[in-house]
Design a protein around this ligand. Sequence first.
Ligand code: SF4
Length: 438
Amino acid sequence: MGERIMTSVRDPQTAQSLVKLWREEFNDLPFEAVIKQDVLRQGLSFTAAALDAVDFKKKDYFIFTFDRAPLADMPDHKHVPEEIRIFTDDKVPGVAPVQPTVISVRLNPDSPYVVDRDAEGRVKLVLQGEDLANVLYPPIPEYYKASYSFDKPIGEVAPAIEWGYLIYLTVFRNCQYFGKDEECQFCDINHNWRQQKREGRPYTGVKDPAHIVEALEKIAATDSVARAFTITGGSVTGKLSGKDEVEFYLQYVRAMSDKLKQRFISKMVIQAWELDDCKKAVDAGVKIYHPNYEVWDAELFKKICPGKERFIGRENWIRRVVASAEAFGAMNVIPNFVGGVEMADGVGFTDEDQAVASTSEGLDFFMSKGIVPRFTTWCPEPFTPLGESAPPPLTYYLKLLRNYRAIHRKYQLPVPPGYGEAGVGKAVFSVSAFMDVL
Ligand code: SF4
């Protein structure tokens, strides 16, 4: 760990070098995972033609921006899709076959990946002028077209992601870890709030439990694709609406009927709670628990998550994650880490093998206990302390995916619940390829 390194080795690849890297070094992974990780790592942009005259589900900016440039610099951000689904066929064979693969949209005007429309009207993913695949945009869910008692857009209250599978309920859109001495150094939740307000969106800070229930009931009645919801938001270190973190977040689940809780897989992304509080969550109806540890290395946890370190502490955090298996069952504890943030320039590992080894140690620790972490692909967002960093090299992600799968197999663990089907051509989890390789 140490010195800032030059980023030229992390620069984009051509379509030919991408496929060469896959064939010669990573052909044990699907090519789809290679493209997906590279698009997530570098972001993408859209031409005006690609966004013209098509109706699709737009990016709802449901918690973080997950963009590589400020919203004010990208007027198109209001018109881009939430995700893309890429695939090859006879018309667009690409450089290698690609089965349908869902990828979250992270805008980056400087990315080598561009979504464009050709003279025949086909929308395609293009890398440095070469076609990689066709592109589909997500359909607008039926419930987006319904009317509600509240006067906010439904995408503001209960947005759909993962091609409609997951309803993402960010019920508190700020975090009480505030400022660079407390916020996780990769996180733009508070910055996103400010940006969205500047852009004139009705970006509700604290959502009304009654609105959430009304939305879920409509979804239950009209939508057969949505199978899960996630309740989440920033950390509550003091009080919010007169409640502590446990009572604040559990009020949303408690407001739901048993029928709703049976209809959807209920997930919650919150801090690492003590066992008694986890038992309250289970009693309230939470099935899947995501106490995100963000980065495994102890020193990096302190630097990258200073608020969590100060209020809970890394050792305590890990202990609570492990203990929570008694309440939820190990397979329902799915802590997230931010894949790649351990290579942030000037802070993290400069050697990708050391970074992968460190993160794999954490995977082995949890998986040996039957707890299967998942990861999201780090997006260096502007305004965050780590936002100036280059993303890690693509090879870091491919080695991480390889280790992830190997450790998962070593302990003969089930596919994590609440993500839909696993495997190439089926996975809908859009912010890393972990489900595509299982
Ligand atoms: S705890 Fe960290 S990652 Fe979570 S919302 Fe707060 S600053 Fe962001």
